[in-house]
Ligand binder design. Structure first.
Ligand SMILES: [Zn+2]
Ligand SMILES: [Zn+2]
Ligand SMILES: [Zn+2]
Length: 622
């Protein structure tokens, strides 16, 4: 079983906490957030920002005041050698090249001094051959003691021992640190990805980063094949982060800063996740070899006719017309001191969309609820969980209805809007999402939809369960209802067309997605249906109903943890739908756990999803 964990990495046998096994082999690190771009005042922006991911892995960024490309470089250390990916960009103003070599040499000297380690030699390699990644090559290729790998397939093949380009894999041994080299031509003939086995970081160059992924029209099939090879690779290797060489995306989904923007005050984070590799492959599948621009929340694929003049303004996405919102941060869990944790936290995504969380001090499930407003009705998803008693039984239900009523009254007052009526629906029927049902049912003017397929079907007009979708019209706001049985027979996803938020309940959230053996097939079909749905609709964020994941990839808190000091954010992305779908595809009908960086599919019978015995609620837990 242990061998399986180490070799397969991601498909784990059903024992212990699956996700944490994988993480144990990856050296952790931190990412800079946010980076400086290029302004507003260039006097205060250093030519190079150097960020320590951990003591043997560094990320550098060249200033946007030098060139709007502001590329990222990577430097990692083994026992014998250091590996540098890329050398930088020339000044946009006068084509001069800012010194890169002295910065790298300085870092290498500091590394050796700090680690009390003999100096190591340097290998220079490139994500690809474009000028914004190779401008300072001349500072390295004549330096004694530096192994310089030119950005050509032949040179890379030779240096990394790649038998066949581009289908073979190569590697570079830095001494106790092996870096895999994956040819991924498409953006450029010499494009590669680097996979650092120590941290699990996958460096994807210009082939996958938060921005516009340019592809020459003639290279679309080549790029598509490379994307698929990356999928094959990440299926077998744990991936902590996907790190590219630019950021052009803003923090708002489907929005990128126009080409040539130096100052990007609300820039996307550098890192993408393993899930985005699946989303990239999906983009090329959808393109079907044709030069169609694909605009996604975190990147865009932009086909380009070779040698055609560039448009004056190049921007792939301007937000898709989705109503913006701010994802709440700083959710409390349950402790360390329960006296200071409110029973309900209420946070605003925007003035018509609210997210609530019940305290972990009431029940370690600490579920999330969603409330959104139309002109005529408000829609509430889920009603909360009962208090978990020390003997494991279910105790009182903390008032949910008064909190909702209060919010609805405040909304009407703030908007100077007539009061609206309430529709209550559920992500699914488990007791940690339905405990407050009686309170809501008892209110006047409530349309209460039982968490049963027939009741949902009737209320939202689903002609055929589970293959058709229904919708709820709140007045100027339509919410689609997508049956996704699997986790539960009555599981649904809700898609809010205004914000583009997709609410996925317990079927997809950052944590342990539990599944019974008899429901595996249904869940797999639902994952495919969700993937089909998001292929046709813009998805701002994927919001589930729990968080059990730690900020570190592949680490979760297990079931029944009350206080989660470093929990992951609530939101997942559209890309995670494809990662979920791929997890089921990879299972081929086999019933076993699958760990990904941000969620884990766990077999319920394995006991992984059960509380520790002293905390086990009766008679039925989620
Ligand atoms: Zn580039
Ligand atoms: Zn649940
Ligand atoms: Zn559940």
């Amino acid at each position: 079983m242990k061998t399986q964990v180490l070799t397969a990495g991601l498909v784990l046998a059903a024992c212990g906490l699956a996700a944490n096994h994988t993480r144990a082999v990856l050296q952790p690190g931190t990412l800079a957030e946010p980076w400086m771009t290029g302004g507003p005042n260039c006097l205060t922006i250093p030519d190079w920002q150097v960020h320590e991911y951990n003591e043997d892995f560094y990320i550098l960024r060249e200033s946007g005041c030098i060139n709007a490309e502001k590329p990222f470089l990577y430097l990692m250390f083994g026992e014998n050698k250091a590996l540098l990916e890329d050398t930088g960009v020339a000044s946009a103003a006068d084509k001069s090249v800012i010194p890169t070599a002295p910065v790298i040499m300085d870092l290498m000297a500091k590394w050796a001094a700090r680690k009390k380690h003999a100096p190591v030699s340097l290998i220079v390699i490139h994500s690809h051959s474009h000028g914004d990644h190779t401008a300072a090559d001349g500072q390295f290729n004549q330096t004694p003691g530096v192994q310089f790998v030119a950005a050509t397939p032949a040179e890379i093949q030779k240096a990394a021992g790649i038998a066949t380009w581009p289908t073979g894999l190569g590697q570079i041994d830095l001494g106790n640190r092996i870096v895999d080299v994956i040819p991924i031509p498409g953006h450029d003939v010499a494009s590669i990805a680097l996979y650092d086995r120590v941290t699990g970081n996958l460096m994807t160059g210009d082939s996958l980063y938060p921005g516009r992924l340019y592809v020459p029209e003639a290279q679309i099939p080549t790029y598509a094949a490379s994307a698929q090879r990356m999928v094959d690779f990440v299926r077998l290797h744990p991936v902590a982060h996907v790190l590219g060489t630019h950021i052009e995306e803003g923090s708002q989904p489907y929005f990128d800063y126009p080409q040539g923007t130096t100052y990007q005050p609300k820039e996307h984070v550098l890192e993408l996740s393993r899930a985005h590799v699946f989303e990239l492959a999906e983009a090329f599948r959808k393109m079907g070899g044709k030069p169609i621009r694909m605009v996604y929340p975190d990147f865009a694929v932009v086909p380009r006719v070779a040698n055609a003049p560039r448009p004056a303004i190049m921007q792939a996405g301007d937000g898709m017309g989705l109503q913006p919102g701010e994802l709440p941060t700083g959710w409390k869990t349950g402790g360390p001191n329960c006296v200071t944790i409110p029973s309900w936290q209420v946070k605003e995504y925007n003035e018509d969309f609210y997210i609530l969380r019940e305290s972990g001090c009431i029940n370690p499930e600490k579920p999330f609820l969603f409330l959104m407003f139309g002109d005529k009705k408000a829609l509430l998803e889920d009603t909360g969980v009962a208090t978990l008693m020390p003997d494991g039984s279910r105790g009182a239900v903390i008032p949910t209805a008064p909190v909702i009523m209060d919010l609805m009254a405040k909304w009407a007052a703030r908007k100077k809007h007539a009061p609206v009526s309430l529709v209550v629906i559920h992500s699914h029927s488990h007791s940690d999402h339905t405990a407050g049902d009686e309170q809501l049912k008892a209110l006047p003017n409530v349309e209460f939809i039982d968490s049963k397929p027939e009741a949902i079907q009737k209320a939202v007009g689903i002609s055929k369960w589970p293959t058709d979708t229904g919708h709820i019209d709140l007045g100027g706001r339509i919410v689609d209802v997508i049956p996704i049985p699997g986790h539960d027979v009555a599981s649904i996803a809700l898609y809010d067309r205004l914000t583009g938020n997709l609410l996925t309940g317990d079927s997809l959230y950052p944590g342990l997605l539990s599944i019974n053996s008899k429901d595996l097939a249904a869940y797999a079909v639902s994952a495919q249906r969700l993937a089909d749905f998001v292929g046709e609709h813009p998805v701002a964020h994927v919001l589930g109903t729990h968080v059990e994941q730690n900020k570190l990839p592949y680490v979760d808190y297990g079931r029944g943890t009350i206080y989660q000091a470093d929990e992951a954010p609530l939101e997942l992305t559209r890309a995670h739908i494809f990662e979920l779908n791929d997890a089921f595809i990879s299972l081929h009908g086999e019933y076993k756990s699958v760990a990904t960086p941000d969620f884990t599919l766990v077999t319920r019978e394995s006991g992984e999803t059960a509380y520790p015995p002293e905390l086990r609620p009766k008679p039925k837990a989620n």
